[in-house]
Design a protein around this ligand. Structure first.
Ligand code: FEO
Length: 165
């Protein structure tokens, strides 16, 4: 049976992953409306990915005898000034997710819940990849600057990029 404090922390994490999915869905929709179809595809996949992160937690909490709480979600930011702003927000958001995951890991250690600690290692590894990917995309965008040809290639390349990679 899962400890109540850990259960609450995991439910907070469920909400965070759900909000990530919602946020990236709004970004994807914005990009699609700008004609940035490759970026939109990448962000739609990223949103799906976050839903999977949420689902994995929901199922874990329930399997351990806890009760997963499906959260209500407010409408996320829907307007963006451009790609730089999208990916800066994404990186900023992922940094918060990483901090939150680290807190859950800390809590697991202090409550001696090694099963949840082990489960959370997947998220720890995932965050390293997600932050690195967002930084890489931002580096590319700053190289491109205002170059329209570069932006075209960037958008085309993003269509092939797997957020899981
Ligand atoms: Fe599930 Fe992007 O953190």
């Amino acid at each position: 049976m899962i400890d109540g404090t850990i259960e609450n922390a995991l439910n907070d994490q469920i909400e965070m992953e759900a909000r990530s999915s919602h946020f990236y869905l709004a970004m994807a929709s914005w990009a699609e409306n700008q004609g940035l179809n490759g970026t939109a595809e990448f962000l739609y996949r990223h949103s799906d990915e976050e839903r999977m992160h949420m689902l994995k937690l929901v199922r874990f909490v329930n399997e351990r005898g806890g009760k997963a709480v499906i959260p209500a979600l407010a409408s996320p930011q829907n307007e963006f000034s451009g790609l730089q702003s999208i990916f800066s927000s994404l990186l900023e958001h992922e940094t918060k997710v990483t901090a939150s995951i680290n807190e859950v890991v800390d809590l697991c250690l202090s409550r001696k819940d090694y099963t949840t600690h082990n489960f959370m290692q997947w998220y720890v590894a995932e965050q390293i990849e997600e932050e690195a990917l967002a930084r890489n995309i931002l580096d590319k965008l700053s190289l491109i600057g205002q170059d329209k040809g570069g932006l075209y290639l960037f958008d085309r390349d993003l269509e092939q990029l797997n957020p899981e990679a």
